[in-house]
Design a binder for this molecule. Sequence first.
Ligand SMILES: Cc1ncc(COP(=O)(O)O)c(C=O)c1O
Length: 486
Amino acid sequence: MTAYNDARFDSAFAGFLEHYPDYAETAHMDALRAHDYSRLDRLDHVYLDYTGGGLYADSQLEAHRNLLAGGIYGNPHSHNPSSLAATALIEEARDAVLTFFNADPAEYDVIFTLNASHALKLVGESYPFEQGSCYLVSYDNHNSVNGIREFARRGGADVVYVPVRQPELRLDAELIERGLTQQTSCPHKLFAYPAQSNFSGVQHPLEWIDRAQGLGWDVLLDSAAFVPTNPLDLSRVHPDFVPLSFYKMFGYPTGVGALIARRTALAKLQRPWFAGGTITLASVQDSGWYHLAPGHTGFEDGTVDYLGLPAVTIGLRHLQRIGIDAIHTRVATLAGWLLAEMTSMRHSNGSPMVRLFGPGDMQDRGSTIAFYLLDPAGAVYDVRRIETLAGQQHISLRTGCFCNPGDGEVAHEISRDEMAGCFEEPDVPVTLTDCQRLIHDSTGKVPNTIRLSLGLASNFADVHRFLRFAIGFKDRDSSDVGPQEL
Ligand SMILES: Cc1ncc(COP(=O)(O)O)c(C=O)c1O
């Protein structure tokens, strides 16, 4: 493949199809984009932040609106017709989640939460961490998984991190095996890793679930970044806890996530409190008298988003109609092309224009791509400035650390000592920007990253526009794209 210097759409598209003929199998998604996501082209917007949040289709909004406009729905915790109608919608959404992930209702339960972070907090605060328990966690994790370590430490558990390795930011299978086999005497042990990195796009092996469970671990598979574009079949893999956010899968609604949990694992959790909706009965005449409701009911505090939940059913059916395999093919072909083109872009002096953080091809990775743009001398174009310049061309990219400090610290080779400067005074809050500046000023490193990510409404025109934008930096000195915006 040659460097991306062909500004003509048609010949670029022909070249793409020649290398990625499978894209043609997703033609129905072009029609979908034209009628259900028409605002993208109408507003001339190139959306490349699907790992941040998915996009909703017009038809989802319409179906949800029609449903709400056509019924009377009240608070679910009663037996009047409006309450029963809301309960039916909630249970329909629960069934739709189980069906979508091919989860046996005898094995799995679904707890509706506010988002993936809330699902993770439910596990963290309820897991029986105690003296000698173990929390094994990969460097590659979202902060909402890292945050569980606070519950673990408070309970007296050992927290053990497994690093990712340069250059692909993958976990070392031997270190995982060592972590899983060394902690033999923990009374309760939880192993947490993401099915797909929200930083590098790396997809970690799902085989570790079975291996870890065989060694007595409970497994938390953070699936928030994986499920929008990959099939997760819970009849083939059986993680104990699966947190996710629905807005990442289909854009709307934004206030609902889920913890899909094995019933056996759920039974181990000890809720730290009770609330309206989570008990069968409580009395005020003895402060110890209450009965927690079994299953998901015991974990859904107060009133769930009963008007938002039908939009989850609608969203899941929308994905089913398109086909998660087709979505996967679509983004994998586009990302494959992007990776190949980005890594072959050169300045006239032959130096690379792009530095990737993560795998350079589509082997065991998703369509989330983290990178820097480099100038002819190898200096990093200011990351925030790139975001601004992309924004001026109606291209939505994301920059920052993506709440994944582990991948960021390894990608940017920030040592423990260099990081320590940001935590010297525990009572003085240091912002991410302060810390980035501190590290940059003392080491010259740029601890900031650009990320683009594809999703179900992505098409070739989007990636073409991005590549045109990127090639616009060819032969430009980093100082002339604008000032440092750290
Ligand atoms: C892998 C991963 N886990 C968890 C989360 C947290 O999701 P939310 O912010 O919806 O709680 C995110 C969000 O980006 C994520 O990418």
